[in-house]
Ligand binder design. Structure first.
Ligand code: TTP
Ligand code: MG
Length: 439
């Protein structure tokens, strides 16, 4: 089917424009999408701008021009900061005291997760009306594949995406940034290039040159340790990888070497898959004051396990691995995994595995952060078979199912288990982050 609208257009009123134009001839907006390949590309990554902060500013117009930080208490961390606060150097995950030193006049609000999850759902609905191929990555971002939508919308995917951004803005009061390219790796990089309210395109023709100047840490899967290892070998820029042989990289770095070779050339054939939701679901908490004792950590772990299970139960998945995360008072990270005998969806099993791991770590070390997550997903149908060795497990599973039903009826806070409902639970003085991780 012929495409009726040209690929250069105004992102505000969608009027076609001529190549090289600086402003829209219809509305005068300078926000023109003008890229020779824009109409030929269909893999997009959409990420909301300063998500939690944007929602709070939407609901509190008096905060529009003020620096705003969303985060925890005195010893908590910054969840996010609005773009005004970011100019002053405030960043996600920064300790709150440091953020307030940089930006003492910032307004600080506690996260209102229920509200943010609601907005995220509404965004997903709008995305789903745009294309069936939506792969959510975290609360505020998703990959979209527009390759099948041209015939439906009778316009290039790029314009459909711009209309989606406009809809999210007008209907939900949130701005997003879009990256459009020929694969997921590049689309995700692109969405970050012109935040906020950006729309960046990385075409096939420019892929190699674009990547060459970028740092290797931009490559998916290259964490701090790998980055340091590569740096020790004299490798810093992606361009250096582009000149190397695949076999050489594989000899040096194994499977990672193969990925480095492919991604450095912009080769990524992962498809946008609405079925593969998150690769892990986790919840974590930073304490007001460091905690060393197992007795004090246990109810917090229970609370976090319930949050993770609640999240898991909203998907049709079960998890086979439980991951415990601890950060010591001197900021050392410890993660410990436990493979379960059967996949689970139950807080009780996640907690039990997490508790066993936690017990080994509580050796007097003081911790500032505790997190629990689950990974290694499979279909929910095979989860939690009756445990003949532990007859109490069935009883607890039934009790948990009954609690879930009540929570469904009366809301999450209606029921708390004995272990989480404790006086010393430092609820008001910690910040909890719930994450869906993909990579
Ligand atoms: P991000 O998309 O990483 O950040 P953002 O949307 O606030 O800002 P940007 O414009 O750069 O995309 O994360 C989405 C939300 O997740 C963010 O609003 C708050 C939450 N979050 C945390 O709670 N802790 C963190 O460390 C990060 C990175 C995010
Ligand atoms: Mg974001």
């Amino acid at each position: 089917m012929a495409i009726l609208v040209p690929s250069i257009f105004c992102r505000d009123c969608f009027t076609p424009a001529t190549p090289g134009a600086k402003r829209c001839r219809a509305c005068g907006s300078p926000r023109l999408l003008d890229h020779p390949e824009a109409a030929a590309l269909s893999i997009a990554h959409i990420d909301c701008d300063a998500f939690y902060a944007s929602i709070e500013k939407r609901d509190r117009p008096d905060l529009a021009d003020k620096p705003l930080i969303i985060g925890g208490g005195r010893r908590g961390v910054v969840s996010t900061a609005c773009y005004i606060a970011r100019i002053r150097g405030v960043k996600s995950a920064m300790p709150m005291f440091k953020a307030l030193k940089l930006c003492p006049d910032a307004v600080v609000l506690r996260p209102d997760m229920a509200k943010y999850v609601g907005v995220a759902r509404s965004i997903r609905v709008l995305m789903g009306e745009t294309t069936p191929l939506v792969e959510p990555l975290s609360i505020d971002e998703a990959f979209l594949d527009l390759s099948g939508t041209e015939a439906l919308h009778r316009e290039p995917g790029s314009m459909t995406l711009a209309r989606l951004a406009k809809r999210i803005e007008t209907e939900l009061g949130i701005t997003v940034s879009i990256g459009l390219s020929h694969n997921k790796f590049l689309a995700k990089i692109a969405s970050d290039l012109a935040k906020p309210r950006g729309f960046s395109v990385i075409g096939r023709a420019e892929t190699t040159a674009f990547l060459a100047e970028r740092p290797i840490s931009l490559i998916w899967g290259v964490g701090q340790a790998m980055e340091q290892k590569l740096a020790r070998d004299g490798l810093h820029r992606i361009g250096q990888l582009q000149t190397m042989e695949e076999t050489d990289l594989m000899k040096r770095y194994g499977e990672t070497g193969r990925r480095l070779w492919r991604l450095s050339r912009g080769i990524d054939d992962r498809s946008v898959s609405p079925r593969s939701e998150a690769k892990s679901i986790s919840a974590e908490t930073t304490f007001n004051a460091d905690i060393a004792s197992l007795e004090e950590l246990t109810p917090i772990l229970r609370d976090l396990s319930e949050k993770v299970a609640a999240r898991l139960k909203k998907t049709d998945l079960a998890a086979s691995t439980v991951v415990l995360k601890l950060k010591t008072a001197d900021f050392r990270l410890r993660t410990r995994n436990r493979k379960l005998t059967d996949p689970t969806r139950l807080a009780d099993r996640i907690f039990a595995a997490g508790r066993a791991l936690l017990k080994k770590e509580t050796d007097g070390t003081r911790f500032r952060l505790l997190g629990i997550g689950c990974a290694d997903f499979s279909a929910a149908a095979g989860a939690d078979p009756v445990d003949l060795v532990d007859p109490g497990a069935l009883k607890r599973a039934k009790a948990e199912a009954a609690l879930d039903r009540l929570r469904g009826k009366f809301g999450d806070k209606a029921i708390e288990t004995g272990l989480t409902f404790r006086q010393f639970r430092p609820q008001p003085s910690r910040s909890t982050n719930i994450k869906n991780d993909v990579e």
